[in-house]
Design a binder for this molecule. Sequence first.
Ligand SMILES: Nc1nc2c(c(=O)[nH]1)N[C@H]1C(S)=C(S)[C@@H](COP(=O)(O)O)O[C@H]1N2
Ligand SMILES: [Mo]
Length: 357
Amino acid sequence: MSEEQDGPIVKPLPPELFYDHGGNAETRWEAMSEGGYATPNDRFYVRSHSPTPKIDVASWTLRIEGPGVSRGLTLGYEDLLALTAVSVTRALECAGNGRVFFAEQEGREAEGTPWRLGAVGVAEWTGVPLRHLLEEAGLLSSAVEVMPEGLDETRLARPLPREKALADGTILAHTMNGERLPPDHGYPARVVVPGWSAVASVKWVGRIFVSDEPLLTYWNTEEYVLIGPDYEPQEGPGRGPAITVTYVNSALELPWTALLQRGPNTITGRAWSGAGAISQVEYNIDGTEWQPARLTGPNIPGAWTRFEFDWEAHPGEHELRSRATDERGNTQPHSVPYNEQGYLYNAVVAHPIAVSH
Ligand SMILES: Nc1nc2c(c(=O)[nH]1)N[C@H]1C(S)=C(S)[C@@H](COP(=O)(O)O)O[C@H]1N2
Ligand SMILES: [Mo]
């Protein structure tokens, strides 16, 4: 069913929009500022464990099956499009976003793609609530986990607990920002799991397995688990606790390093949290006191809010920091305990700035 294109990613990766990590594309934060509230599809980051598969919707089907459903369900693409759809505007953030800062700020390198902060984006996702599909398949009260499976070479599959699969906002999306889902983002259908690290949002879904017992896959035992001195060793086969929710985080819409003019500058950024809306963003210039930034525009829970502040810039080298707090009271920490695969880095980062003379 799948065959590879010339490169692993189908869409163009112009260097003004992306850092190309070879098979994975990181959005440049200066390109984020040119979009509206949502990240346009042409600049949304791409993180795939194997090349984007080419899927023919004429033969594509979605099957829901397993001991947790009484009837099961098989749908074609047109069947899926015909179902009542909902839209949710939510962020997807890779668990490895910010990984490079384990090396750059904590002095200990972690394995994996050296993302700065551009492995995050917000889109309006449109599709069918997973709950609706599971009910159509005859969800049993004995069902414990729901596991969407990808049709890509790696067959990424990651179980969701029943409650999360049934939650409002968890959908099987076929549309992204009003356009058919682009190939790199999961065409013809992907799961969107709000508030969870984006590895749960399985792309190119062909099958959803509903189990009556907890499921173990490579993706919740070997990768996307927290392994390190500050994380509990696991009983059973997992190498560490599996990653679920994403944390509060923020970034400035500036190049890394940013070159700015001396004098008045308005600095903009975005802050997000898997736990809800953002209640506050502070900024800090060269390690002086924290001051409140202005929040601007929509502040959709589980998506992001924009913020800005004014800065009278003096020539020379500087560091700007932002620090977000969400409505649950979670604030970005000063540092994050090391884990081998470099996940969930949400500490405050020092953004390097050079101001011209
Ligand atoms: N089938 C499949 N789904 C997948 C992946 C994958 O490699 N295969 N990558 C996951 C990871 S790790 C992330 S961060 C998000 C990235 O989604 P995006 O490429 O649309 O930004 O998709 C997730 N879903
Ligand atoms: Mo990811």
